[in-house]
Design a protein around this ligand. Structure first.
Ligand SMILES: [Zn+2]
Length: 240
């Protein structure tokens, strides 16, 4: 099946946190979106594999995502797993996405750093016919880098105001990860209430920088081209 966009994360909730609002915007407009989770996040402090699959299926439904691929790479070995590059290249050829979403390459979590580099490599090699499997080559047009824990330089902010409630709902469907109190499970960095508050504040901040309620920031390596400065300025509105 051919998809308009493929959003790739190291762990199941990365995509929801980093670009969930933008994915909802796309599915609202009728674009076909898929997610690929590189690992099963078995090393997470809370929740087992079965629980996480149930949670990430619900999250995908909330976002209108058609398919969620699990590549089953080992955490800590995303960059070094022998077949990881070939498998990801193969998925890109199979799904033929026009755009990719990937984590930014500087982050607190080493898996996010490794995932970013692997995705960039796979996006290149998937366009080289003699590399990897026998599927026809395919190269995505652009990679949108999203941010998880740390932020880097920002190229643009997507207006996610209409999607923001559903983004939060998708994140909250990962009950094992984000519920502050869950039986005897211990509190983690991401289950503290401050974590979601930080996420909301970040969205408000990037929204305010672009004259809307909530925004989701991205970095693009490529420069953007405009033709009509007047039309472009009109689309941006008065930011104040
Ligand atoms: Zn992660």
């Amino acid at each position: 099946m051919v998809f308009d966009a493929l959003a790739i994360g190291a762990h199941a909730d990365d995509v929801e946190l980093g670009c969930g609002g933008t994915l909802i915007n796309l599915t609202d407009k009728g674009y076909l979106v898929a997610i690929a989770d590189l690992t099963e996040a078995l090393l997470a402090t809370r929740g087992d594999a079965e629980t996480r699959v149930k949670e990430n299926t619900v999250a995908a439904e909330i976002m209108g995502v058609r398919e969620r691929f699990q590549l089953g790479f080992k955490e800590g070995s995303i960059a070094t797993g022998a077949n990881n590059l070939i498998e990801l290249t193969s998925l890109i050829r199979k799904t033929k996405p026009y755009i990719l979403f990937a984590p930014y390459w500087e982050d607190r979590h080493p898996d996010h750093v490794d995932a970013s580099k692997l995705i960039q490599s796979a996006a290149f090699w998937s366009g080289i016919a003699k590399f990897g499997d026998n599927q026809p080559p395919h190269r995505p047009h652009r990679i949108f880098y999203y941010f998880t824990h740390w932020e880097g330089p920002v190229s643009l902010s997507v207006d996610i105001s209409a999607a923001f409630d559903r983004k939060l709902k998708a994140i909250r469907s990962y009950r094992s990860q984000f519920s502050p109190h869950l039986g005897n499970e211990r509190m983690t960095y991401i289950s503290r209430p401050e974590f979601l508050e930080k996420l909301i504040s970040r969205a408000r901040y990037f929204g305010s920088k672009t004259g809307v309620e909530y925004g989701e920031p991205f970095f693009l390596r490529d420069m953007n081209r405009i033709e009509d400065a007047m039309a472009w300025a009109g689309e941006q509105g008065v930011i104040g």
